[in-house]
Design a protein around this ligand. Structure first.
Ligand code: HEM
Length: 335
């Protein structure tokens, strides 16, 4: 493939990835996407970013342990509420606009479908279909659907600039299976075991939700020799599975071979659980898997990514609500 040979200027891809990924969930939930030049939307994404980052701070942890005390003390935990309230206001505005021009015969998106359910169940106050719940569910989908997948892609590009030989092998597979005249589609995935393995390995090593989501037991439970009383917060430690030394050949190295057999076919692994498992498994798993494949393969089809000249990629993480790379810059050169 021909292309521009002068490397592009270094830039941090974080917000662009965020915007692109967020647009997918925005279309499903709000019925519209946002331009990359939309300043208000960029600010909103930055607010979500910052709130999630602060959620991992010591202040937020102290607040979770001692809310009655921390409510009265100064600290960055107060900022989380300020930032999230801005996001909630944005969601409320969207919900109100939907209610204003709601047409039951033409549901446009998740909000309209929820409004239809509210209408159907208006006499059943216990059903939970009310405006407050609509706002919170919409917020949940919007935040969970934006941050996770884009953080995974942010790790992905970082690993590609750190391992250019792996990037080149992915591109070779994309060129062979998809070519350059059309975009990759989901039907290509089964014919692209190497790319698929690389994406799985990015998710494993990126480990973006290391402590999972905290849950509470709804009844007295016995696990092996441990009795867990009803009402106990439980943390399903995903790091322990994704880096289990008895499951992975080289748990602490980036190794797409974890997901390939001797013939180079894709192989599933039981310990691959970045979305958790069980009844409360990630609700967006299928969507996220589709997005990861389509975004990752489309980006590598069109660009070669590299670290700015003289800069060593930094694979360290930044501690926050998600396990996220330190901010970094890369160069993207069209292929
Ligand atoms: C790479 C991307 C993603 C990862 C690694 C991820 C991971 C997770 C994890 C670990 C949980 C907690 C599961 C548990 O408690 O056992 C979760 C829950 C959830 N995720 Fe995701 N997620 C991703 C993408 C998405 C997307 C795109 C959406 C939006 C549609 C989404 C929506 C949710 C929701 C709503 C929950 C809560 C489910 C419930 O409480 O029943 N996630 N996710």
């Amino acid at each position: 493939m021909g292309g521009i040979t002068v490397p592009g200027r270094p830039f941090d891809p974080r917000l662009l990835l965020n915007n692109a990924v967020s647009n997918v969930i925005c279309v499903l939930v709000f019925g519209n996407r946002f331009e990359y030049s939309d300043h208000d939307f960029q600010c909103l994404l930055k607010n979500i970013n910052e709130a999630l980052y602060l959620e991992g701070s010591i202040w937020a942890q102290l607040y979770n342990m001692l809310p009655w005390l921390m409510r009265r003390l100064p600290g960055t935990h107060h900022k989380i509420f300020v930032l999230l309230n801005k996001v909630i206001d944005f969601v409320k505005e969207k919900v109100n606009a939907h209610r204003a021009d709601y047409d039951p015969s033409n549901p446009r998106d998740y909000i309209d479908c929820f409004l239809a359910e509210m209408e159907k169940l208006k006499d059943d106050t216990a059903a939970g279909f009310d405006v407050e719940n609509l706002c919170i569910c919409t917020l949940d989908l919007f935040v969970a659907g934006t941050e996770t997948t884009s953080t995974t892609l942010y790790w992905g590009l970082l690993y590609m600039i750190n391992y250019p030989e792996i990037q080149a092998k992915v591109q070779e597979e994309i060129d062979r299976v998809v070519g350059g005249s059309r975009q990759p589609s989901l039907s290509d995935k089964d014919n692209m075991p190497y790319t698929n393995a690389v994406i799985h390995e990015i998710q494993r090593i990126g480990n973006i939700v290391p402590l999972n989501v905290v849950r509470i037991t709804v009844e007295d439970t016995q696990i092996g020799k441990y009795s867990i009383p009803k009402g106990t917060p439980v943390i399903g430690h995903l790091t322990s599975v994704l880096f289990d030394e008895s499951e992975w050949e080289t748990p602490h190295s980036f190794n797409p071979g974890h997901f390939l057999d001797a013939e180079g076919n894709f192989r599933r692994r039981d310990a691959f659980l970045p979305f958790s498992l069980g009844k409360r498994v990630c609700l967006g798993e299928q969507l996220a898997r589709m997005e990861l494949f389509l975004f990752f393969s489309s980006l590598l089809q069109r660009f070669t990514f590299s670290s700015p000249v003289g800069v060593e990629p930094n694979l360290d993480f930044k501690l926050g609500g998600t396990h996220c790379p330190q901010p970094y810059e890369l160069c993207a050169v069209t292929r």
